[in-house]
Design a protein around this ligand. Structure first.
Ligand SMILES: [Zn+2]
Length: 188
């Protein structure tokens, strides 16, 4: 099975509300972040329009959820999103909800032999060095979802071949996908 990184072009949307919970740890000094509650966004230009946008989360137009269901794409649920928009936007283009990715992997770090960088005995936080020359997802690590996150690589949505075909079927999705084998860490 081949998997692909899903890239959503950044749109200059305004995030009007986003709340993170902080967990300070005296052991490792890191503050793992978790988001609390839903997000609020403001759309101010027609240029921000595409079927899926990114801004502190994945947001999709109402008809995307129907299409995902019809195509039997699994690994997501719909979440509440507060949207406001300037008068330039019409109601058709502001009908967004959050696309919450719930698909996941297990034992990815072991399968890819990733080195542990931080292993905190106090808070349990563990950080792995990212894979340098792309990565594979052995099927035994995969929960079978068509769209999912890898815990060890936070914030990078990954899709199956079926999902790739689904997104390619309509140019309005305006997303790009490339094989996980070609992934390079976006940070040093
Ligand atoms: Zn810690």
């Amino acid at each position: 099975m081949k998997f692909f990184i899903l890239e959503i072009p950044l749109k200059p949307i305004e995030i009007s509300k986003i709340v993170y919970k902080h967990r300070d740890c005296l052991g490792c000094g890191t503050r793992p972040l978790g988001r609390v509650g839903s997000v609020a966004i403001k759309l101010t230009s027609r240029q921000q329009y595409s079927k899926i946008i990114w801004g502190g989360g994945l947001f999709a137009l109402e008809n995307v959820f129907t299409e995902l269901e019809k195509a039997k794409i699994l690994g997501w649920r719909k979440g509440f999103l507060e949207v406001s928009a300037s008068k330039k936007m019409d109601s058709l283009t502001t009908n967004f909800s959050e696309l919450i990715v719930i698909g996941k992997t297990k034992n990815f770090a072991q399968a890819n032999d990733l080195k542990v960088e931080i292993d905190c005995k106090i808070c349990g936080f563990r950080k792995y060095a990212p894979p340098v020359h792309g990565f594979d997802i052995p099927e035994e690590c995969w929960d079978g979802s068509d769209i999912f996150y890898v815990d060890e690589l936070p914030g990078i949505p990954i899709v199956s071949e079926d999902t790739k075909a689904f997104f390619e079927s309509n140019i309005d999705f305006n997303v790009t996908m490339y094989p996980t084998k070609k992934w390079v860490p976006p940070y040093p």
